[in-house]
Design a protein around this ligand. Sequence first.
Ligand SMILES: Nc1ncnc2c1ncn2[C@@H]1O[C@H](COP(=O)(O)OP(=O)(O)OP(=O)(O)O)[C@@H](O)[C@H]1O
Ligand SMILES: [Mg+2]
Length: 252
Amino acid sequence: MARVIAFANQKGGVGKTTTAVSVASFMALANKKVLLIDADPQANATSNLGINGKELERGVYDVLIGQMALREVLFQSPVEGLHIAPATMALAGATVELVPLERREFRLYEAIQSVLYYYDFIIIDCPPSLDLLTINALVAASEVIVPVQCEYFALEGLGQLLNTIQLVQQNLQPNLKIAGAVVTMYDKRNSLSKEVMAELEKHFASRLFKSVIPRNVTLAEAPSFGQPIAAYDRKSKGGKAYAQLTEEIMLY
Ligand SMILES: Nc1ncnc2c1ncn2[C@@H]1O[C@H](COP(=O)(O)OP(=O)(O)OP(=O)(O)O)[C@@H](O)[C@H]1O
Ligand SMILES: [Mg+2]
């Protein structure tokens, strides 16, 4: 049965999508069957895999609204073994359109039940908010991983996120576990980075993944080629770091 992992942090630009896409791709390279669900209307995970969500007529939106089964919105990605349920333009309306619907927090959870036995891993990329899309992702997940950017205000907003996760655990999904936080965009030449890192280690203790993702230009470049780092340049510093993180996630 698939392990379902949501990458969430309501803070924007901390590396959620880069981490979700990279980890999903390296899992597929390790011969796992992987599904990446793009739950963000920005459709960055979709475009990072070279797929233009603006041109698609079916995606995660149709599943959430109940118009289509998840199976009907799956696409093959450029990486063998990695499927994607893409975000389309319509997804931007979902947070509002879901409000009056029945079991609005359970829509994604219910949709993935039919494919749980097909995949080894289902990875969900969340939007930078704590709206109904993120709630749907957390309820669907068995684990949540929090990417944290190594910068001065890294811990800001984390209390609110942990609070939301706790509310989901108490009211909607008792099986949800916090797998941990992963530090992204670490810059070893910057002394502030080291200070922030020390603070994160203190705050998260054993819940911090050992693999640290460096700030690396190759990681920033790969999306413009519509390729995950695992395909674009897996031997780059960023590629190696994500390969290591993927191993760590697969093993725990
Ligand atoms: N380790 C890294 N080194 C350099 N650039 C990075 C790294 N990780 C991510 N980036 C770049 O930083 C930007 C933000 O990353 P990303 O899109 O993964 O964050 P996000 O949390 O998903 O953002 P959003 O909240 O908007 O969804 C992107 O342009 C990405 O290419
Ligand atoms: Mg993103």
